[in-house]
Write a new protein. Sequence first.
Length: 184
Amino acid sequence: MKMEYHLSLPIGSKQIKELHVGDIVFLTGEIFTARDEAHHKMLHLDPRSMPFSPLKMGLFHCGPLVKKIDKGWEVVSAGPTTSSRMEIFEDKFIEKFHISIIIGKGGMGEKTAKALQKYTCIYTSYTGGAGALAADRIDEVKNVYWLDELGMPEAVWILNVKEFGPLIVSMDSHGNSLYKQQKN
């Protein structure tokens, strides 16, 4: 039976193991965005020298549209980007930063699936084309890293979210995948 979960980040491995393909998740807490360039940059940094701790956050494959307001930022749109582009990095990224949840669209490949099992992580899908809805669930932009170097969509944005979702667990830590089920 598929379940609905309302979870607060960080999420421990025990909670991750309770989640299965098809479950619906809503997240509250901090997430960070990372696309291709951010993955590449972070993989070349020592985790101890990172300006933030990915371990405690969810990873969102997203290049948000953000506007400057007063002394801060406001997210206008935050739809997921195609996750398969990160397949070349994701297994190493999961291993290095021990993230527990990935948010994206379109699924990921076999290397990521194996890393999800080995390091107790899940991949969740968010509806493409719903960037404005996602932005409504972002309470605050806490910080941004490498904006000048990488540009707005590739920079790492630290976002405080409340009831962010619905996210569908589409690849779980038990080796199951909605994408494999659809092919059968």
